[in-house]
Design a protein around this ligand. Structure first.
Ligand code: ZN
Ligand code: ZN
Length: 774
């Protein structure tokens, strides 16, 4: 190579290279290197480039494909083969005729945050995008939220209602322009428009809607803002009054609100992002990242009792314009939905759903086709922990090693995400929320069928996958879809699905055995108990329970989830008599139990009843310690007690408490004893600092479960541990388990592409169901 002679090269580029301005990028690169030839899309197989020219320039061209690719693309492979020069071409062209094969691919990218070039256009008074909030190009703008069907062409997107003006048409046809062939392009002459409405829906006539909205926000009003995937409720984050008002109106006393900050220096004024978090914040996906607060600038009411706050940067021109007029370091930007319902996406629905909650509406006249919440994640060192995988990531497929078959997986019940898997690629839907009423049931069904249609799947699935829980509404949905498609249902055990979700996204073969650690709140156990602190020996086909947290009574089931002090009292019945429990809890009962002493008396009786529901849940155990410390007596949002416990634990030192994990082995199944630990902490609660108790509780579970997993791995000759479950979002818990096992030479896998919590379940369900029927 490097010869001065003329050559021809055929180059195949694979990865995310369609719908992201990749062909015009190749065009410009080829022209720059004086090469002739063509570039075309190849279905979902990537892009094919044929070039001829001076050998040295061809080599440079090929090297630059990887190094200069647009940031939203993802070049996974560049394979070149050289041929003798034939002088076949007179110029370089983008081959549109064969480009039509993109119809077959079903591939289009997720929504992409506004790019630096478009931001510059919005700042330039000489161009037709000056301060125009819908500015977009081939490298940025809505995708998933705007697509009705494939192929991804303008007439099948939300831009259909806005025919291009002559100038936009010219840009669209010019391969040298970054708007070339970009379906979302538009400008201030031909594109969508904003308007400001009062609470009754009446248009407020103003010259500059952003200046007007900014003024209203500054005055403390709550403004609903229509975005690309739904509505946000915006309020000033720097002042207690609007935050408290929003809490009252949304009936959300403590649940943290997400913030949006105009730029990184604003983020640093109220939070302390580390290098990984900063990188994630500025990425084109623009997720919400949970970052350590510094206690300054923003109201304590934004994330009460927590040490972290969710922050994102602007990803649309609308948000850019708002901050330009507003000049504040942070706005609350929370989902515009009524509790338990999907987010509003039409102006009418927003008027209806958000009535009484907001004072003004900042809306536009472009349709939202697919609802999509903001993604929420946490960086645990270099590892990602998704709490909500949605905008920016959907519909990017997750490759799994089961390469054949079609499955629809309905997931679980809380924070749900469904999955459609086609020939080795799992397409997770957007975040669907809790599936607990007809509206969300219907939303999930539509989301599954919409994903099927987007992927152009015309035959019925081979299998429908769901959880074993008989009472989940999603299990009923599986029945309905099974009847409509004729496909059979495969049910999987909740924690088995968590473990297989890790295996599937990490390419572990279906019959390879791993030791799985699943730590979460609630999952249906085949023995009728509620599982949630499990060590399993698992393949896709099967799982064996090798160890778990000790069973504690859980009288009234879910009542203990909402009222964690019940869990504590119930746990104490294993080591103390009624009189002792009465004595040690007497100062808390009135505050901690809704029905006071009466409830207490019923509770201890139930807890001692043989038939009481039992649980090995690690989430419930952490909750009970949170209630012992008075952090949460009544849970107002999912994960509240454990999150507050983690915030306090960060200030403490677990080593100030000397008490080692107690592990027993009954009939080959390990148990991490937790009753003595609860007893010890309760009896000694005044001897130790609260923060040390919090840190200790996390450490106890972490070390205990790690020891069990290590013993099982050694005994079984298994070298891979798969770690999953909602509790592993906790930084200390996941990092410690990973570190300890890696030091012992164990290969530890975690969820990096889907949520370790229940949002990832449908991925695991898909793997389990497919291997059962294919
Ligand atoms: Zn752009
Ligand atoms: Zn235009």
């Amino acid at each position: 190579m490097g010869s001065p002679e003329l050559v021809e090269a055929e180059v195949h580029v694979t990865g995310r290279v369609q719908g992201v301005g990749f062909r015009p990028f190749i065009y410009r690169l080829a022209v720059r290197h004086g090469l002739k030839g063509y570039v075309i899309n190849l279905g979902d197989a990537g892009v094919e480039v044929v070039v001829e020219g001076i050998g040295e320039r061809v080599d440079e061209f090929i090297n630059s494909i990887k190094t200069e690719a647009p940031s939203v693309s993802e070049v996974r492979g560049v394979h070149a083969s050289y041929k003798p020069y034939r002088g076949r071409f007179t110029e370089f062209v983008i081959d549109k005729s064969r480009g039509a094969t993109k119809a077959a691919s079903g591939i289009f990218p997720p929504d992409i945050g506004i790019c630096p070039d478009c931001l510059m256009d919005m700042e330039d008074p000489k161009v037709r995008w000056y301060e125009y909030p819908f500015t977009a190009c081939a490298w940025c703008g809505p995708r998933f939220t705007g697509v009705k069907s494939l192929p991804y062409d303008r007439e099948r997107t939300h831009m259909y209602d806005f025919p291009m003006c002559d100038d936009c048409v010219t840009d669209y046809r010019n391969p040298l322009d970054r708007r070339f062939d970009a379906q979302g392009i538009t400008c201030s002459y031909c594109g969508p428009r904003m308007s400001l409405l009062d609470a009754s829906g009446k248009v407020i006539e103003v010259r500059d809607v952003f200046a007007a909205a900014a003024k209203l926000l500054r005055e403390g009003h709550i403004v609903a803002i229509k975005g690309i995937g739904g509505f946000h409720l915006a309020a000033l984050a720097t002042d207690d009054t609007p935050v408290t008002k929003l809490r009252e109106r949304k009936k959300r006393p403590y649940q943290p609100f997400a913030l949006m900050a105009p730029d990184m220096s604003a983020v640093r004024s109220f939070a302390e992002p580390d290098a990984n978090e900063s990188r994630a914040l500025v990425s084109w996906q623009k997720p919400i990242i949970l970052i350590k607060k510094n206690g300054q600038v923003i109201s304590e009411q934004v994330a009460p009792g927590l040490n972290r706050v969710g922050v994102m940067l602007p990803y649309t021109g609308i948000q850019i314009m708002l901050f330009k007029r507003l000049r504040v370091p942070a706005l609350i930007m929370t989902s515009g939905n009524r509790s338990g319902r999907p987010m509003a996406i039409t102006n009418d629905a927003a008027m209806n759903d958000l009535e009484g909650m907001v004072d003004y509406f900042l809306v536009h006249d472009r349709e939202i086709v697919n609802r999509c919440d903001d993604s929420l994640l946490r960086m645990n060192g270099g590892r990602v922990a998704f709490i909500r995988r949605s905008r920016g990531y959907v519909p990017d497929p997750i490759e799994i090693p089961v390469k054949k078959g079609i499955s629809f997986a309905v997931g679980t019940e809380q924070s749900n995400v469904a999955s459609v898997t086609l020939d080795g690629k799992c397409y997770q839907t957007q975040y669907l929320g809790d599936i607990a009423n007809l509206e969300s049931f219907d939303y999930e069904k539509k989301a599954i069928y919409a994903m099927r249609d987007l992927l152009k799947i015309t035959r019925n699935p081979d299998v429908i996958a769901c959880d074993q829980h008989p009472d989940y509404m999603t299990s009923q949905l599986a029945e309905v879809i099974s009847q409509e498609t004729g496909a059979r249902i495969i049910k999987s055990q909740h924690h088995h699905a968590h473990i297989v979700s890790v295996c599937a996204e990490n390419g572990i073969k279906p019959d390879e055995r791993v030791v799985g650690i699943a730590l979460d709140g609630t999952g249906y156990g085949p023995d009728g108990s509620i599982w949630g602190g499990e060590v399993l020996i698992s393949t896709y086909f099967d799982h064996n329970r090798a160890g778990h947290l000790q069973y504690l009574p859980m009288p009234g089931g879910d009542l203990c989830t909402y009222s964690p002090y019940r869990m504590l009292i119930a746990g104490l019945t294993l080591t103390l008599n009624d009189e002792e429990i009465r004595d040690i809890t007497k100062n808390h009962i009135e505050k901690a139990l809704l029905h006071g002493v009466e409830e207490f008396e019923v509770l201890i009786k139930q807890a001692r009843n043989e038939g009481v529901i039992k649980t090995s849940s690690s989430g419930r155990l952490l909750d009970s310690v949170a209630s012992l410390l008075g952090l949460t007596y009544r849970r107002t949002y999912e994960g509240e007690p454990a999150m507050r416990l983690e915030a306090l634990a960060n200030l403490g030192d677990a080593n100030n408490i000397d008490f080692n994990p107690q592990i027993s082995n009954n009939n080959g199944i390990y148990q991490l004893k937790t009753d003595n630990m609860l007893n010890f902490l309760t009896i000694n609660q005044n001897r130790f600092k609260k923060q040390d108790i919090a840190a200790f509780a996390q450490k106890y579970i972490t070390l205990g479960i790690t020891d069990i997993a290590l013993d099982v791995a050694r005994a079984e000759g298994i070298n891979t541990v798969a770690l999953s479950g909602g509790v592993t979002v906790n930084q200390y818990i996941s990092n410690t388990i990973v570190d300890k096992l890696e030091k012992q030479g164990i290969n530890v896998l975690t969820n990096q592409k889907t949520a370790p919590g229940d949002g990832g379940s449908s991925l695991g369900q898909s793997g389990i169901a497919l291997v059962a029927v294919i």
